[in-house]
Write a protein that binds this ligand. Structure first.
Ligand SMILES: Nc1nc2c(ncn2[C@@H]2O[C@H](COP(=O)(O)OP(=O)(O)OP(=O)(O)O)[C@@H](O)[C@H]2O)c(=O)[nH]1
Ligand SMILES: [Mg+2]
Length: 341
């Protein structure tokens, strides 16, 4: 999401009061009769300062896209990353400042008109004091918007027309490795959990059909209300983007998580999202090295699943079978949607 540059209160006021000074100089050198000048100068200063400051805020308000008009994925994404309520509250504060400054502008321009030429500068100084305090009142909100700008700068750009598979599973099971194998995306791969903290997207095309593969952060088998921001990013992608979920098990358990826990997460995801799931047993190359993980042990899990695929993602083994399965899924999806029409 593109949030424009957010100024500090000092920057807003410097700009407003600086431009006001220039406007005053213009009046000072103009041909207005001398006895009217001091009032005209102060009027120009108040008017210009207010206009410039209001414009700083309205420009931001106009540029920030409306969250409620965005796709639900982005709404939830923004909510997880910065909080939609807090974002709206901050924009609301900018609006509040604009309205209050408009009121002060009217009030003090009227005061200058009614006061004596000698008193005009004192009235203007009072106006500037009030304006400054309004701008400082929204300092926290400006800080928050600046933080939101940085956090939302790299919001993932989703292709909502492509057939989308979301890769999910425990941390460290090889999700990003698989994304690298299927697409030309290059997410970071490392031998520790939570390497991936955001959403990574890769694309590929097969028979004129566009596929989008989304790699997500690892999930643990714990309730949603105990999940951290990293895990919630994965949940948001699963909820709003997945036509199909590719659930990766680490069959070797070398990532440190027992198959039992991984299976519980699988069941949970299946229940919560009601989206078709492919189950994939990864790191099969390591299975033979682990003493107790024998055929019988793995079969205990495999028998409970619908035709899981056996792969070794880091070696590229079994990856083409995943792609074929995606193609088949896509063809069925097309047939189903034709039947719906
Ligand atoms: N031996 C073997 N190692 C693998 C395989 N797939 C992935 N790995 C390794 O497992 C580790 C984790 O891989 P990642 O792709 O980063 O795992 P991830 O699921 O994306 O991890 P997070 O992003 O932390 O959730 C890396 O050291 C990979 O090289 C495989 O099939 N066989
Ligand atoms: Mg990863």
């Amino acid at each position: 999401m593109i949030i424009p540059t957010i100024p500090t209160p000092e920057e807003v006021l410097d700009k407003g009061f600086g431009r006001a000074k220039k406007a005053a100089n213009k009046v000072r050198t103009s041909k207005i009769p001398r006895h009217q000048k001091s009032k005209k100068i102060e009027e120009a200063r108040i008017q210009t300062a207010c206009d410039v400051i209001k414009e700083s805020f309205t420009a931001i308000l106009e540029k920030v896209p409306k969250v409620e008009d965005m796709h639900m994925f982005y709404q939830d994404y923004i909510d997880v990353v910065v909080g939609v309520d807090q974002l709206k509250k901050s924009l609301g504060a900018l609006n509040w400042a604009v309205e209050l400054i408009s009121k002060l502008e009217g009030k003090y321009l009227f005061k200058v008109k009614r006061t004596s030429p000698e008193n005009a500068s004192r009235v203007r100084s009072e106006a500037f004091g009030r304006i400054s305090s309004v701008v400082y009142r929204i300092e926290d909100e400006l800080n928050f918007l600046d933080f939101a700008k940085a956090k939302l700068r790299n919001m993932p750009s989703i292709d909502f027309d492509a057939t989308t598979a979301v890769i999910a599973g425990f941390p460290n099971v090889g999700k990003s490795t698989l994304l690298r194998q299927i697409t030309s995306a290059e997410p970071k791969v490392a031998d520790y959990p939570f390497t991936t903290t955001g959403i990574q997207i890769g694309h590929f095309e097969k028979r004129w059909q566009h596929y989008q593969i989304i790699d997500t952060p690892g999930l643990l088998d714990r309730p949603i209300n105990e999940m951290n921001e990293i895990e919630l990013n994965a949940m948001v992608a699963l909820e709003h983007l997945a036509d199909v979920i590719i659930f990766i098990f680490d069959a070797s358990e070398t990532s440190g998580y027992p198959l039992d826990s991984q299976f519980r997460l699988f069941e949970e995801i299946k229940q919560v999202f009601k989206t078709p799931i492919f189950s994939v047993f990864n790191k099969m190359d390591l299975v033979k090295d682990v003493e107790y993980i024998n055929e019988e042990y793995i079969n205990g899990y495999i028998n409970r699943l619908e035709a899981p695929l056996m792969v070794a993602a880091s070696e590229g083994k079994g990856v083409s079978e995943i792609i074929t399965k995606l193609e088949e899924f896509n063809n069925e999806k097309k047939i189903r949607s034709r039947a719906d029409v």
